[in-house]
Design a protein. Structure first.
Length: 202
């Protein structure tokens, strides 16, 4: 006579508990792997955005041109370098008149305006084709997910959050250094840049 013996209820419960534990550990590992992958991808995107922003801003500051735009109803005293850290969402934080490289045909390249603005926590850059023409309809998004942005400039050993800092007589001067501070949820970005300008005849 064969002596057959099955699993007891306790043994079945133990096996099921072990399977459940292994499944939970596997899901937890998978979730961690996905989160790590998303985090790496997000940081890589941010690093790329900051690199492009730094390169563009450095080039703009290197080609500042002392050429004044035409006055208009909204700006009776326009200048070639304007900084405003008290901007509202969508307003210009930084405006620069710049000169592009020569095209080889004339001595000077084109003179146009460049503006940087923050809207909905995104930093945008826009430009005009000519000094007194309007900005392009569509701005270029540079950095996303900004929590806070502050730009300071240095002139004669003093720091300024707005420029020009004095009166209309000081429109013809420009600062020498710029410090950019950007705050993100995962850290901060800081960069110091030189400002180079040149007089333009005409």
């Amino acid at each position: 006579m064969n002596n057959l013996k099955g699993y007891t209820l306790v043994e079945v419960m133990i096996v099921m508990s072990l399977f459940s534990l292994i499944s939970l550990m596997s899901l937890s590992f998978l979730s961690t792997s996905i989160s790590s992958s998303i985090g790496i991808s997000s940081k890589s995107k941010l690093i790329n955005e900051l690199a492009i922003f730094s390169e563009l801003l450095e080039d703009d500051l290197f080609h500042v041109a002392k050429q004044f735009p035409r006055p208009n109803e909204s700006d009776q005293f326009p200048t070639f370098f304007k900084l405003n850290n008290n901007f509202r969402d969508g307003e210009s934080l930084l405006e620069i008149v710049r000169i592009s490289s020569s095209d080889g045909v004339e001595d000077l390249g084109a003179i146009n305006k460049v503006t940087y603005k923050v809207k909905d926590n995104i930093l945008y850059r826009n430009f005009s084709n000519f000094l007194n023409s309007s900005y392009k309809e569509k701005s270029f998004a540079l950095i996303t997910q900004i929590e806070d942005l502050e730009i300071k400039v240095l002139y004669d050993k003093n720091e300024y959050l707005t420029w020009p800092p004095f009166n209309e007589a000081d429109l013809e001067i420009y600062p020498t250094l710029m410090e950019v501070n950007i705050k993100f949820s995962e850290g901060n970005f800081k960069k110091i840049l030189f400002i180079s300008g040149e007089d333009i005849d005409g």
